[in-house]
Design a protein around this ligand. Structure first.
Ligand SMILES: Nc1nc2c(ncn2[C@@H]2O[C@H](COP(=O)(O)OP(=O)(O)OP(=O)(O)O)[C@@H](O)[C@H]2O)c(=O)[nH]1
Ligand SMILES: [Mg+2]
Length: 708
């Protein structure tokens, strides 16, 4: 059977690692009778953590799709990993979710992972609710977790429930929306409904009033009724809350013990009654700036948000149907590459299990297999329609490493294996760098890269080594220099002759014309490796024919590509060709090219050359008590601190750090902070390296040259 759009709820479970998302997903499935036996993460028996590596580690690495029927709704549940290295899975899940369920751990409060996830939630403007889990834990502190949630995420955070007693004896939830008490038996499950005890009435009533006010706030009619009658009926309250949730005007807070199976049913009830269906969300943005409404009466538009490859099956594509209806056997065209794809079977997923369905309606999430030429971020439509859903922006890589197989002969096999993993995992970037002469992997963290190594070794049987990646340095000059070079060769009858005089200077935008020279032609070229070459033709009196200009420029570019100091590309230089000599028979392009290369090389060395290194802007979010350690460590990395501030309960440090000092930073930060810090980095600029580092680099290059 298929579900109508209005009955579909797409929910992503998000939260810091270990908060209990996977356990919560399991209790949702169990409560909805999609499971007869409840598994647990400790022995690797949950529906969600089904891969061998997740079972082994006892935590999630991949997002996984599940679904459960609750009252009128089909709730599609996407469980995401909390570990920061796998944030790509969070981003792709949020892209298709219409509600974010943020799971908090009552014994740790708002954690650094929660703060970071919030940035993505805000980005997608996803309606959200919080679930304070683990209230049964002996160290649980519901009140302080609630306070932290309010102070971090603002006054839109409004509790719906609270536990009567936390810790071992937890079995009762006071629900201020229904004004009921839920009392659970020791096995959890369906609670008994009881009146709110007299002693709790005042707190419950205050909470209820806050909810009513929040519900009425966005609807004038409701507000009037609320003022006139002093309260709202259950339907009015629900209607107001639906609007408030959909517009991110409130973030309700629930409590539960996922482990003891207490509380998930009420959260599903709320999702069914109040949370938005895909059609209640703003229209989906398309790549061309248009938007698409979620309607089953339209053409089918299917967007792939996740692709995995399974042995014997091949590609398994997880998609959201943004509009239209989809039947098994439908033929669609991939708008990104024009391939025609037949959707031979449509499935719903529950972890690794798939059940076949005949049809899906707009807004639903499904799975199909064996698409030939379609990947994550591709959109498929019926022939003649070429909508493209705005693609998922995956986060920038944070760590990089160079890879090598033990035997050079295996390189091709290794690259093939890595390419196929990178196809599945958009947060992994494989780069074969010509300048560095290394194969590099860019990923999200050390664990991310270690797992890729594990996959390559176990699944492809190729062993692979991580080595320290080289740094892509640049060379430039800091003052002007004039040189000339005469290239002259006599071999038999014909000879070669060219003489070039040049001035080289550091280039900057809008620099004035050179003193004492007459500029005939200006060319400013963007270099493939970044930066510019300004090439000025300043020949007067025809000492060199202008037809040799290109050969002269080529000669300079060939030297710039492999700079004279360390063989790194050079940039931001102005070269003025102001004099020279030519010979009517012996001069040619080759001779001028050789002369200009030599002249440039000599001039470069006289122009006080400098090595520049890539510098990254690093943003660190950390718990206050580990900040001192982190700052101390940054100082050993030649970092300059650009700014500091607080973000919620966490401290934020922004620093510029040379890439050469960032090797293995993700592991260092994790151990310095015991996992209570996260970082992101993006390229900022090239900066000159300190004098001693320059000396070392030149010496190392000379040694390499001598050994070659
Ligand atoms: N006491 C108690 N422990 C819980 C509860 N929920 C989960 N746990 C335990 O907390 C640990 C982590 O639970 P998971 O469900 O794997 O947490 P997660 O949020 O999925 O973690 P990641 O997949 O790493 O992001 C496990 O040992 C669970 O048994 C709960 O309600 N109470
Ligand atoms: Mg998990």
């Amino acid at each position: 059977m298929s579900f109508d759009t209005k009955n579909i709820r797409n929910v992503a479970l998000l939260g810091h690692s270990g908060s209990g998302k996977t356990t919560f997903a399991e209790t949702m499935l169990f409560e909805a009778k999609a499971l007869t036996r409840r598994g647990n993460v400790t022995d690797g028996s949950t529906v969600s953590d089904y891969s061998d590596i997740e079972k082994e580690r006892g935590s999630s690495i991949f997002s996984s799709m599940m679904h459960a029927k609750w009252k009128d709704s089909k709730i599609n549940i996407i469980d995401t990993p909390g570990f920061d290295d796998f944030v790509g899975e969070v981003v792709s899940s949020l892209k298709v979710a219409d509600t974010a369920v943020i799971v908090l751990n009552a014994k740790s409060g708002v954690e650094v992972g929660t703060e970071l996830i919030w940035e993505y939630v805000e980005n997608y403007k996803t309606p959200s609710l919080f679930v304070i889990n683990q209230v049964d834990h002996e160290k649980a502190d519901f009140e302080s977790t609630l306070e932290q949630t309010k102070s971090t995420f603002g006054n839109k955070v409004i509790p719906v429930q609270y536990p009567l007693q936390v810790g071992d004896g937890f079995n009762t939830i006071v629900d201020a929306l229904r004004m009921t008490t839920y009392v659970f038996s020791p096995d959890g499950g369906r609670p008994e409904k009881k009146p709110i005890p007299e002693s709790e009435m005042q707190r419950a009533q205050e909470m209820h009033n806050a909810l009513v006010e929040a519900a009425a706030e966005n609807d004038e009619e409701l507000m009037e009724k609320f003022f006139d009658a002093g309260s709202l009926t259950e339907e009015e309250l629900a209607a107001g809350l639906r609007i408030a949730i959909a517009h991110q005007e409130i973030y309700p807070v629930f409590c539960c013990s996922a482990l003891n199976n207490m509380g998930s049913g009420r959260v599903m009830g709320f999702i069914n009654d109040i949370c938005p269906s895909p059609a209640d969300r703003p229209e989906a943005p398309l790549e061309n700036g248009d938007t698409l409404a979620c309607s089953s009466d339209d053409d089918a538009t299917l967007f792939i948000f996740k692709t995995i490859s399974e042995p014997r099956i091949g590609n398994v594509s997880y998609f959201k149907l943004y509009s239209g209806a989809l039947k098994s056997g439908d033929e669609l065209v991939n708008s990104n590459n024009r391939s025609t794809e037949r959707i031979s079977q449509v499935y719903l997923a529950n972890g690794k299990d798939r059940t076949q369905v005949d049809e899906l309606k707009a807004g639903d999430i499904g799975v199909t297999v064996k698409l030939k030429n379609s990947h994550t971020n591709d959109t498929l439509n019926p022939k003649g329609n070429d909508r493209k859903i705005e693609p998922i922006q995956f986060p920038e890589p944070r760590v990089r490493v160079a890879v090598e197989p033990p035997g050079k002969a295996d390189m091709e096999k290794l690259i093939k294996a890595l390419n196929s993993i990178a196809e599945e995992d958009p947060t992994l970037i494989l780069e074969q760098s010509q300048t560095l002469k290394q194969t590099l992997l860019h990923g999200q963290g050390q664990l991310h890269l270690d797992l890729i190594k594990h996959r390559v070794e176990v699944m492809n049987g190729i062993s692979m080594e991580f080595i320290k990646p080289r740094i892509s340095y640049r060379e430039t000059i800091t003052r002007a220099a004039n040189t000339s070079y005469r290239h002259k060769k006599q071999s038999g009858g014909s000879g070669q002759f060219a003489e070039v005089h040049m001035r080289i200077e550091p280039y900057f935008e809008d620099m004035p014309d050179p003193d004492g020279l007459t500029v005939r032609n200006r060319e400013v070229e963007d270099l493939a490796w970044g930066g510019k070459l300004a090439f000025y033709w300043c020949i007067v009196g025809g000492s060199i024919d202008a037809k040799y200009g290109n050969a002269i420029k080529k000669g300079i570019l060939s030297k710039m590509e492999e700079g004279p100091l360390t063989g790194s590309p050079s940039q931001n230089i102005r070269v003025c060709i102001y004099d020279g000599k030519m010979h009517s028979v012996d001069s040619n392009d080759m001779a001028f090219m050789l002369a200009s290369t030599q002249a440039f090389k000599t001039a470069f060395k006289e122009a006080k050359p400098e090595i520049m290194e890539p510098v990254y802007e690093v943003e660190i979010l950390c718990a206050e008590d580990v900040m001192g350690e982190i700052m101390g460590d940054l100082q050993t990395r030649r970092a300059s601190i650009m700014g500091m501030g607080s973000k919620g309960h966490y401290q934020k440090i922004i620093a510029k750090v040379p890439l050469a000092e960032m090797y293995k930073y993700s592991s260092t930060l994790r151990s310095l902070s015991q996992g209570r810090a996260k970082f992101s980095k993006k390229f900022a600029e090239f900066n000159s390296v300190p004098h001693d580092v320059q000396k070392q680099l030149i010496a190392a290059h000379q040694e390499e040259e001598a050994a070659a």
